[in-house]
Design a protein around this ligand. Structure first.
Ligand SMILES: Nc1nc2c(ncn2[C@@H]2O[C@H](COP(=O)(O)OP(=O)(O)OP(=O)(O)O)[C@@H](O)[C@H]2O)c(=O)[nH]1
Ligand SMILES: [Mg+2]
Length: 204
């Protein structure tokens, strides 16, 4: 995939109306600090395009990034950020559910999990929820692979697959926004999805 244009086109707050973009949306979910915004920067090959931070809870909006005028990467606020407060988390939880349950343009959900750790309860819940709502398992991107050694990567990937109760068919990609390892596989998957002819189901 060649990135020819990127634009942060819409930024939604907790009460915003949901847009109908009419283009495939690749939705990015994961706990706060897992590396979603860093992934976007690697994906579009720009250092500080999406705001990243070592302080969790940086992304407090739903951000629609228009890529090549062809599809969107949709960056959801990270979950599990304790100091956000229960009421705020609840509000965002409802907004995220509303979006996942009502958008007509969601093509895939990508769940981000830190490769170093077993998935949290919230990760497992999110994986199940997405599977339920969309009818498909999310694609799982395992972030921060540069922080562990090669022999651990395989082991952790298997452990995370097991903990999520994901099938053998579930796509899991170890990734590093620092070394860009995994990026080509992710481009290839998105290209493949974008180039696939529409199935009768999605034509309705
Ligand atoms: N070593 C390493 N650090 C990473 C990687 N991805 C993200 N980080 C670091 O992890 C921290 C959090 O990254 P973000 O991209 O801001 O995380 P986020 O998922 O967008 O977090 P929220 O916006 O809070 O939901 C930052 O300090 C990043 O530099 C990676 O692949 N390797
Ligand atoms: Mg972020």
């Amino acid at each position: 995939m060649k990135i020819t244009s990127v634009e942060l086109e819409r930024v939604l707050g907790v009460k915003s109306e949901l847009p109908k973009t009419g283009k495939p949306e690749f939705v990015m979910a994961g706990r706060s600090n897992v590396g979603k915004s860093s992934f976007i920067n690697a994906f579009v090959n720009r250092k500080n395009f999406a705001r990243t931070s070592s302080t969790p809870g940086k992304t407090r909006t739903i951000n629609f990034y228009n890529i090549n005028e062809r599809f969107y990467l949709v960056d959801l606020p990270g979950y599990g950020y304790a100091s956000t407060g229960a009421v705020e988390q609840e509000k965002w939880g409802r907004m995220i559910n509303r979006y996942l349950e009502t958008s007509d343009d969601i093509e895939e959900v990508i769940l981000f999990v830190d490769i170093r750790h077993d998935p949290s309860k919230l990760d497992i819940q999110m994986f199940d929820y997405v599977t339920q709502v969309t009818g498909f398992e999310p694609i799982v991107i395992l972030t921060k692979m540069d922080k562990i050694n090669r022999s651990q990567i395989k082991k952790q990937t298997a452990a995370i697959r097991k903990a999520l109760h994901a099938t053998e068919n579930c796509t899991m990609i170890p990734f590093s926004s620092q070394s860009k390892q995994g990026l080509e596989s992710i481009y290839a998957i998105i290209d493949e999805i974008m180039d696939a002819p529409e199935t009768p189901e999605t034509q309705v």
